[in-house]
Design a protein around this ligand. Structure first.
Ligand SMILES: Cc1cc2nc3c(=O)[nH]c(=O)nc-3n(C[C@H](O)[C@H](O)[C@H](O)COP(=O)(O)O)c2cc1C
Length: 384
């Protein structure tokens, strides 16, 4: 399959569904609760309409941006997603190679199955950011930050929307899936699961968990995330721990965004965790305008993830004021389909659509993608 043959990223999803274990496909694709935020995050992009300018476009628009002081070839990157070695044997290394070849940022999840050190080895020149939680035992967080620093990662992304776990729907979906053949146990045994190798700041606890049968430490990590209850004081400690830029991921309100600025972070990712934490959260693209407004005049860079499924979606987020956007599930679909090459095809598809949208809207550089080129449908209706 080549990216030129596909019309939308959903086609990668359809192919991925055929290629992967259904329990894993459910894990990757579903959201929390009733999937309201999952679905709305995508639908909300369609509520913004484009208002192109004419007689402005030149060939080959320049997509380059500066993100945290680094020149990046395109204004979109790869969001952190867990257990990529369950999507493809080459796992996180395959994704990092794609990011390196494509010239964009990959955020490595701390819930990953390839070590920070091995990911760096497989993509020595990639722009890598390290995602972490404020784990229940803070030594796990400190260890991750130290190792990421050593391996030349360029930022620490702290996910802040998960003081407890927020997934209930997965159980429902699994139940429905297995009702037909009642072979859940049998199916589970065939899932390609590898150990979570990057949470290792408390060796004796981890050994104990393994000895008690939690061989891949999935339950240990789950508890480390789901019983963590982080506070602003933890962020202050992190701020002291590292000189790397700190990016908070999972902010959806202007109030929290202002608090983040006051706490001295360098960036925030407006995100609803792909609809996997609190269901009913506002779609990130509709939360973006008030957050951009609230941060006007600060040096904090605003990014977005959630529901980005086309180059037009990227364009809309940039027009509203995001500096860059990050893509979650479509990267996993590309990875399942064809490893590094599959991820690159997904990224290339988004780039082609973004170039096309910029040309049709009269933009030759990212800086020319401004708020006047986009309008929310509620404003359109109020003018009718
Ligand atoms: C399977 C899966 C695993 C994820 N794992 C993590 C994670 O380990 N850490 C994290 O901060 N976010 C995680 N996320 C959330 C993504 O970083 C991102 O916020 C979300 O996928 C964006 O939405 P999208 O999938 O619609 O693009 C995960 C999302 C998915 C779908």
């Amino acid at each position: 399959m080549s990216h030129t043959d596909i019309k939308s990223l959903d086609e990668f999803k359809i192919l991925a569904r055929k290629k992967t274990h259904r329990v894993l496909f459910n894990y990757f694709s579903t959201g929390a609760g009733d999937d309201q935020t999952l679905e709305d995050s995508k639908a909300a992009f369609k509520r913004f309409r484009l208002k192109p300018r004419i007689f402005r476009s030149d060939p080959n628009p320049d997509l380059g941006v500066s993100i945290q002081g680094h020149p990046i070839r395109v204004p979109f990157g790869i969001a952190p997603t867990a257990i990529q070695a369950s999507a493809h044997p080459d796992g996180e290394s395959a994704t990092a190679k794609a990011a390196e070849g494509f010239g964009t940022i990959m955020i490595l999840s701390s819930v990953s199955q390839t070590t920070i050190e091995d990911v760096r080895k497989s993509a020595p020149n990639a722009h890598l950011w390290m995602q972490t939680y404020v784990f229940k035992d803070r030594r796990n967080t400190i260890d991750i930050v130290r190792r990421a620093e050593k391996e030349g990662f360029e930022a620490i992304v702290v996910t802040v929307d998960s003081p407890v776990m927020g997934r209930f729907s997965q159980i429902r979906v699994k139940y429905e899936e297995f009702k037909e053949d009642e072979s859940e146990e049998q199916e589970k045994q065939n899932i390609p699961m590898k150990s979570l190798v990057n949470v290792r700041g408390c060796p004796s606890d981890i050994e104990r968990a393994k000895a008690a049968g939690d061989v891949n430490i999935t339950q240990y990590v789950r508890n480390q995330i789901g019983e963590s209850y982080p506070k602003w004081e933890d962020l202050a400690s992190l701020r002291k721990l590292t000189n790397l830029p700190i990016i908070l991921k999972g902010i959806i309100s202007a109030e929290s965004a202002r608090e983040a600025v006051a706490a001295g972070v360098q960036g925030i990712i407006v995100s609803a965790h792909g609809g996997r934490q609190l269901d009913g959260v506002q779609a990130p693209i509709e939360a973006l305008p008030e957050i951009v407004d609230a941060l006007t005049g600060s040096n904090v860079e605003v990014y977005l993830d959630g529901g980005v499924r086309s180059g037009r979606d990227v364009f809309k987020a940039l027009a509203i004021g995001a500096k860059a956007v990050f893509i979650g599930r479509p990267i996993i679909w590309g990875l399942i389909c064809d490893g590094t090459s599959g991820v690159k095809q997904v990224l290339q598809h988004v780039e082609d659509e973004l170039v096309n949208t910029m040309s049709l809207c009269g933009c030759n550089r990212v800086a020319e993608i401004t708020p006047s080129l986009v309008m929310h449908e509620s404003q359109v209706l109020s003018k009718l």
